[in-house]
Design a protein around this ligand. Structure first.
Ligand code: ADP
Ligand code: GLC
Length: 477
């Protein structure tokens, strides 16, 4: 088997703050079927090493950005992991990027260290394992191809952009601390408006750039979505590819999900019992004639949370209800709490992060709301499709690529799987919510859409084949 080293800051089931972790965690198993052996390098945050089985040390460094580091090879489930132990950087309370006081001040160094180690393994191998390709994710992994290139090594590399909004931007005074070469500090290198951008370092040095949907790949060339790096993407357009994310069908399967009463497109009866349980869990009214809509999300500007009041007013007028699970920016948490106070029995809110509850929500919900301003791929609309919890989404990025909006034509063609709105504003969302309620009231049409959504192809097979083909192409060059 050929070998690919994946470098990222999160991977399910070890550490997750968003969809990045789902994708990094699912790719290795998906790629086995394509003849690729993928190992995932992530930091050994506190507790990670305890969760790995059969660990052995495969690489070490006496001074990795200010302290000793050891790389441990081990497994968790079907994934082979290389966990980078460097207590001075990773052994901390809190999440991967922050604690109660906010973001860690040395995040640039922490992920540069990860990339430095990854570049070393890419060059020299770890034990008897020598990768053929290096695959880096987001700004946290993007320095790996850069270090590789700056050191003159020729191993093929790619960077996957999961979210262009995060660019790893830090002041130029860190050039030395991040072990970056001064001669690449210019506009065609890693310099970005006088600062360092670790994402740009990767985008300008990797052999290929992928992002997580075809539509987002196009959007990234435009100022609105490119966030200042649209020129870099456009200049490298020939090597930019959009490859859609899949879902881990072992974890997201309504037929086997331990968090709900099982159901399937052929046997939907348990869905209504899951719905009842969800109403109770969120303290919603017992009788809700309209759709029970869910929202499972980081509560940030990206996710269009500011548009919720318009959607909710419409939904409640139509005898529907909304259940929200999320956490994030204070203004957005306040906004959803305010909606719950304004519409008791009709809006239920849980602030926090709860994987099991998210499964129960997809299982019990009629529709999942994803009104993002931009969305590189999005996974919750895919989970919604799989669980017959029809997506109501804005027409951006991966949302536009994965949901077929109900129109007279798509309904007649028996193709519709959700409701899609555009432009991303309150008026269009309000109208879309009205449309969703009308569709929900038409039981025959709604059930048809549910069954179609549940049967759509959402797994990793097709996309893993595209990654494998890309790796092969890079190797052949
Ligand atoms: P992003 O990565 O931008 O946050 P995605 O839709 O790609 O968006 O992925 C989000 C992932 O995080 C999904 O797996 C979603 O179910 C999960 N998620 C988000 N917020 C929560 C939460 N509060 N509790 C449980 N899971 C959550
Ligand atoms: C990012 C994006 C999201 C995508 C995920 C996984 O967090 O915001 O759209 O699904 O990465 O690729």
């Amino acid at each position: 088997m050929k070998r690919v080293l994946s470098v990222a800051s999160e991977a399910v089931p070890l550490v997750k703050t968003g969809g990045l972790a789902d994708v990094v965690g699912a790719l290795p198993e998906a790629l086995i079927g394509q003849g690729w052996d993928m190992r995932v390098m992530i930091p050994a945050y506190r507790g990670v090493l305890d969760r790995l089985a059969g660990t052995t040390e495969v690489w070490s460094d006496s001074d990795l950005f200010g302290g000793p580091a050891r790389l441990h090879l081990g497994t968790v489930g079907a994934m082979t992991v290389m966990a980078l132990e460097a207590p001075h950087l990773y052994d901390r309370a809190g999440g991967p990027y922050s604690d109660l006081h906010g973001d860690f001040g040395d995040n640039a160094e922490r992920f540069a260290a990860l990339c430095w180690a990854a570049a070393a393994v890419a060059r020299e191998g770890a034990g008897d394992w020598h990768p053929d390709v290096l695959h880096a994710h987001d700004w946290q992994g993007a320095l790996a191809p850069a270090y590789l290139r700056y050191s003159g090594a020729s191993l093929p590399s790619l960077v996957t952009i999961h979210n262009m909004a995060f660019q790893g931007r830090v002041g130029a005074e860190k050039i030395g601390a991040l072990r970056l070469p001064h001669e690449a500090f210019h506009r065609d290198g890693y310099e970005f408006w006088g600062d360092i951008s670790t994402l740009k370092a990767g985008l300008t040095t990797a052999d290929a750039i992928t992002t997580v949907s075809p539509r987002y790949a196009e959007e990234l060339m435009r100022g609105e979505y490119g966030q200042g790096l649209e020129g870099v993407i456009a200049a490298r357009a020939g090597v930019v590819i959009g490859i859609l994310n899949g879902i881990d069908e072992g974890v997201w399967n309504p037929g086997t999900d331990p968090d709900c009463e099982p159901f399937s497109a052929a046997s939907l009866s348990a869905k209504s019992r899951n719905r009842k349980a969800l109403q109770a869990e969120f303290d919603l009214d017992k009788k809700i004639g309209g759709p029970l809509v869910i929202l499972v999300s980081r509560l940030t500007a990206q996710k269009g949370i500011d548009l919720l009041p318009a959607a909710v007013e419409e939904l409640v007028t139509r005898d529907g209800a909304l259940a929200v699970l999320g956490s994030g920016d204070a203004w957005a948490e306040d906004l959803v709490r305010g909606l719950a106070a304004r519409f008791p029995g009709r809006v239920g809110v849980k602030i926090g992060y709860d994987e099991g509850l998210s499964h129960r929500m997809f299982a019990g919900g009629d529709a999942v709301l994803v009104p993002s301003r931009f969305e590189p791929c999005g996974l919750t609309q895919l989970y919604g499709l799989r669980y017959g919890c029809l997506p109501l989404v804005s027409a951006v990025g991966g949302l536009a690529d994965t949901v077929i909006g109900a129109t007279p034509a798509s309904l007649a063609a028996q193709a519709a799987t959700g409701v899609v709105f555009h432009p991303v504003d309150a008026l269009a969302l309000r109208q879309a919510m009205r449309r969703l309620c009308d569709l929900h009231a038409d039981r025959k049409t709604w059930t048809g859409m549910m069954k179609r959504a549940m049967k759509s192809d959402l797994g990793w097979t097709a996309s893993a084949a595209r990654y494998a083909a890309l790796y092969e192409r890079l190797l052949a060059q």
